[in-house]
Design a protein around this ligand. Structure first.
Ligand code: URA
Length: 249
């Protein structure tokens, strides 16, 4: 089946889709020996020979697939570079010499578990809502939301970009003195500022947001600002969680 070149390249683990588009525009990519210079070209990954600077993409992607878990502090952007010179997540994974990319993103002010990989296909599958991989957040909000309000989040709530999918929501901690509550919420999508917007929609401002789990991977034992490589068996379990829930291969 024909697919866009940048998608094939990213799926093969060459780089992120955006980076692959850049390679194409820079004239570094060839299909069957012909240099491609525009976006939108399609190819068949089974039949066509795709190379970057003359090296077949399957060779480029032969680097071992790794997944890195970072405990992202707040006040850090999820990007591998920042023209404005702000702290980026890359500053926290300097020890990793393989080129990896974040799987989804956390807002500047969100803390917690952020995964990185050099496996484009795995990244796509982990972030696509169809694959139903749960992400658990602890959202500390101003005020104590009523049970009815949490029910709305459970069933799905209308945001400006459409209804959210059902979420699992429960009280984690309530501090009546401070008039704050921490709610545990599991979502299966990754829309921009989704958790913050969901709570805004029920009238509660999020004052602290932490992601404590992604699929089967938890923050457990990982200090703020630290990272670690997932073991092969953790990666397999992560893949398994995609397959089991979605029935996908
Ligand atoms: N939802 C948000 O609102 N922010 C994040 O960083 C992640 C999920």
């Amino acid at each position: 089946m024909e697919e866009r070149l940048q998608k094939i390249m990213a799926n093969a683990g060459v780089a992120s889709r955006r980076k692959c588009e850049q390679y194409i525009l820079e004239g570094k990519v060839q299909v069957n020996g012909e240099t491609v210079e525009t976006l939108g070209i399609k190819a068949n990954p089974r039949k066509d020979i795709i190379t970057v600077n003359g090296r077949p993409i399957n060779k480029l992607a032969q680097a071992d697939k790794i997944v890195v878990a970072l405990h992202k502090p707040k006040g850090v952007i999820t990007s591998m570079s920042d023209p404005e010179g702000r702290k980026t997540v890359k500053d926290f994974i300097k020890g990793i010499k393989t080129r990896v990319y974040p799987i989804g993103r956390l807002d500047y002010d969100t803390e917690g578990l952020l995964l990185f990989t050099n496996d484009g296909e795995l990244a796509n599958r982990l972030t696509h809502p169809r694959h139903h991989v749960g992400k658990i957040y602890w959202a500390t909000v101003k005020g104590v939301p009523h049970g009815d309000a949490l029910e709305k989040l459970k069933h799905g709530i209308m945001l400006e970009d459409g209804m959210t999918q059902p979420a699992e929501v429960e009280y984690h901690d309530v501090d009546l003195e401070k008039n704050e509550a921490t709610i545990s919420i599991i979502i299966y999508e990754g829309r921009n500022r989704q958790v913050r917007r969901m709570f805004e929609a029920i009238g509660h401002k999020v004052i602290r947001l932490r992601r404590i789990q992604f699929g089967n991977i938890t923050l457990h034992g990982l200090a703020r600002g630290k990272h670690r490589l997932l073991t092969k068996s953790e990666i397999n379990e992560l893949k398994q969680s995609i397959k089991t829930i979605s029935g996908d291969k």
